[in-house]
Design a protein around this ligand. Structure first.
Ligand code: DQA
Length: 144
């Protein structure tokens, strides 16, 4: 099984940005944690992070032909604005799980909209870095 983990804008700033919301772990630490977890489960995992909406769309489209079986995505603020990301996930028809480190449903009004959720098989929020591992498990369960 091959999983692609996509992180959107400002998630490269993990460990620096708002640690009270997102914790003190860095983006590299997040990738290492997911990588270790996937290794234990014999899952091939690749990572992609960009601050640019079009680059995120390009990477989702590339997943269509690179053998990706499942996508874990934290689109960051593009969650709340991007119909382009929603359409990209719909286009490739690859099971996708939406993850948010913070509990978005308890935050500002503008964070209550998620466009990408309409194309996702599950949403995990407020579980910190562990939410990504839960997303991997969700994809794994679907593939068994
Ligand atoms: C986030 C929540 C978003 O609202 C925010 O813009 C982010 C991070 C999260 O992981 O909790 O960048 O997706």
């Amino acid at each position: 099984m091959k999983i692609l983990v996509i992180n959107g804008p400002n998630l490269n700033m993990l460990g620096i940005r708002e640690p009270s919301l997102y914790g003190s772990g860095t983006y590299d630490a997040l990738c290492e944690k997911i990588h270790k977890y996937c290794n234990e489960k014999n899952i091939e995992v690749t990572f992609y992070q960009s601050n640019h909406e079009g680059c995120l769309v390009d990477r989702i489209q590339a997943a269509y032909s690179d053998g990706t079986d499942g996508i874990v995505i934290n689109p960051g603020a593009y969650t709340h604005t991007s119909i382009a990301l929603l359409d990209a996930v719909k286009s490739v028809c690859i099971p996708t799980v939406e993850v948010h480190i913070s509990k978005v449903e308890e935050r500002e009004e503008f964070r209550q909209i998620s466009y990408i959720r309409l194309a996702c098989v599950a949403t995990i929020t407020g579980k910190g870095f562990d939410g990504y591992l839960e997303a991997v498990d969700t994809l794994l369960e679907r593939n068994v």
